[in-house]
Design a protein. Structure first.
Length: 199
């Protein structure tokens, strides 16, 4: 029946990342083009998925995304007008539904798994990274040591397009395990992984 066909179509679309991104891109592009009185795509390239194989990789990706407005020159401060991390830092008790909170936002009774980093530690990491990318020298935050991350390699990765061309992010061991699971001899990004994550 037509209803069954329609339901099958909805299910296929709801499980498709490509469909979601197409719907999102089209709406944003139309609005931006109206405002700027121009035509064309809003984003330069197609979206990509990059597997994050361990907590150090997740931390690197979070920081890289949160620092995008500063790297692009849209803001000078973490809590600036065009930064999404600013809202989280201003209202640490207000955790959006569905997101796993940082350690210092979890109730002692909570059984939820969290990343081994608190909000203040994360703020310190972002501020240190922002300053380091701008050329200021200071002692690396303890979270980098705890996560097994090389501070110099971290700074390089956070500059401009340092993580843009990485297809998989994680430790060298994690990349080797993934390559074996996929039946491949190697996975691109091993040399960067070896330099960035010391595990």
């Amino acid at each position: 029946s037509k209803r069954k066909e329609r339901i099958a179509t909805w299910r296929e679309r709801l499980s498709s990342l490509s469909w979601m991104m197409r719907s999102l891109n089209e709406n944003i592009a139309r609005r931006a083009n109206r405002e700027d009185e121009c035509t064309g795509r809003f984003w330069e390239g197609r979206f990509r998925c990059q597997p994050l194989l361990d907590e150090a990789a997740l931390l690197a990706c979070m920081a890289y995304v949160d620092l995008n407005p500063i790297r692009a020159g849209a803001s000078n401060r973490l809590a600036g007008r065009f930064t999404s991390v600013g809202k989280r830092l201003k209202t640490p008790s207000d955790v959006p539904q569905g997101l796993v909170p940082a350690l210092d936002q979890v109730s002692p009774r909570s059984q939820r798994t969290t990343m081994p980093v608190g909000l203040e530690e994360y703020r310190e990491l972002l501020e240190w990274t922002r300053d380091r990318v701008r050329g200021k020298k200071s002692r690396a935050p303890a979270i980098l040591t705890h996560a097994g991350i090389n501070a110099d390699a971290w700074s390089d990765a956070m500059r401009f397009s340092g993580l843009r061309w990485v297809t998989v992010l994680g430790s060298e061991n994690a990349l080797e395990e993934l390559a074996e699971a996929r039946g491949r001899a190697w996975i691109r990004g091993k040399s960067q992984a070896r330099r960035l994550i010391r595990k």
